[in-house]
Design a protein around this ligand. Structure first.
Ligand code: ADP
Ligand code: MG
Length: 315
């Protein structure tokens, strides 16, 4: 019998997607469904699209027992804000479902909410409802968020073309040492990017760069590949110079995106004038379909396998 760990998180999602695709309900108004950071829907303001995303944090999977409740709330909200950012969108509304033990002190739940509202307020998102349930074992917080984006600024994971320059914001790796709880979602940076540059493809780095590059390839229907310059990968101090950690740790919640090569110089110049956050060109999109190649300083090329985070893979 096939178990979830045999197919992995992404194998499982592909199977579920096949089931969903056989649904009878109408798809009118659906611009993009499973496979991007958010679902994209018609029906909002003229010229705008709705973005919808849903991400949980579960004790033991996304935070350790004993984590400060405020950071649990912050992370739960920020993960979703990061997915709205990844589409170039503006966060608007959220509903929050919490599962808590009966013995949990009320002030702990309130502290989770202070974290949720702090993250939401910082980016203009309002909590408008949710659900409360009790659990026997692991507590969780699930946020479902709506955002909006102008149709012309909507940025999907698909759309990267051979020759495009590939960038990441911030620094990658070692996020388990603290950043995974306290990260700042790149909402402002993403809005600025899609407002000033024709960003061809974008996503947030949640599963690790090596794995998320594969997601961009899948979204590009497998027609593209990447050459990534190992020496250019910005390694976070928490990863102690370990490029592998930067490639595969995950939960960085930085932006990964592609722009036409002709835009690269202007982008880098304008970015430096606007932000102190690093922006690094890590490589380029190639026509070598399906291949992520790590190019080392001496020119050696090695194929990079997807080593990012998979919730069900056995180690
Ligand atoms: P992200 O890390 O950006 O939140 P995921 O890797 O979790 O994205 O999910 C990838 C895609 O699969 C998304 O479009 C998401 O909506 C979809 N997805 C994930 N889990 C499920 C599920 N259980 N049912 C339907 N769609 C899912
Ligand atoms: Mg995402």
């Amino acid at each position: 019998m096939k178990r979830v760990r045999d197919v992995g998180e992404f194998g499982l999602i592909r199977r579920l997607e096949r089931l969903v695709s056989r649904q009878g309900a109408a798809t009118k108004g659906l611009v993009a469904g499973i496979g991007d950071d958010c679902a994209v829907l018609d029906g909002g303001r003229r010229g705008w699209r709705w973005l919808v995303t849903c991400d949980p944090v579960v004790e033991g999977s996304h935070y350790a027992p004993g984590t400060l409740p405020r950071w649990i709330g912050w992370k739960a909200m920020a993960r979703n804000l990061s997915d709205i950012a990844a589409m170039g969108g503006v966060p608007r509304w959220a509903v929050v479902s919490i599962g808590i033990r009966k013995s949990t002190p009320v002030r702990e739940v309130e502290a989770i909410y202070r974290g949720l509202t702090a993250a939401a307020d910082r980016f203009g998102c309002r909590i408008v409802g949710g659900d409360t349930t009790h659990v026997e074992h692991e507590p969780f917080v699930v946020v479902t968020m709506w955002g909006e984006v102008e149709a012309r600024r909507l940025t999907l994971r698909s759309g990267a073309m051979p020759g495009d320059a590939v960038y990441v914001t911030g620094r990658l790796g070692g996020s388990l040492r603290g950043k995974h709880l306290r990260f700042v979602p790149r909402v402002g940076e993403a809005r600025w990017l899609v407002s000033h540059f024709p960003v061809r493809a974008m996503m947030d780095v949640s599963d690790g760069l090596s794995s998320d590059l594969r997601r961009l390839i899948e979204a590009g229907k497998g027609r593209i590949g990447f050459d990534i310059e190992a020496a250019n990968i910005p390694v976070a101090p928490a990863a102690h110079g370990d490029v592998n950690a930067a490639l595969s740790d995950g939960e960085d919640f930085e932006l990964l995106f592609a722009v036409a090569p002709g835009q690269a110089d202007r982008l880098e110049r304008k970015w430096r004038q606007r932000f102190t956050l690093p922006l690094t060109r890590i490589g380029c999109v190639t026509g070598d379909a399906g291949k992520v190649v790590l190019v080392e300083k001496n020119g050696r090329r090695r194929l990079l396998r997807s080593g990012g985070y998979d919730h069900f893979a056995t180690s």
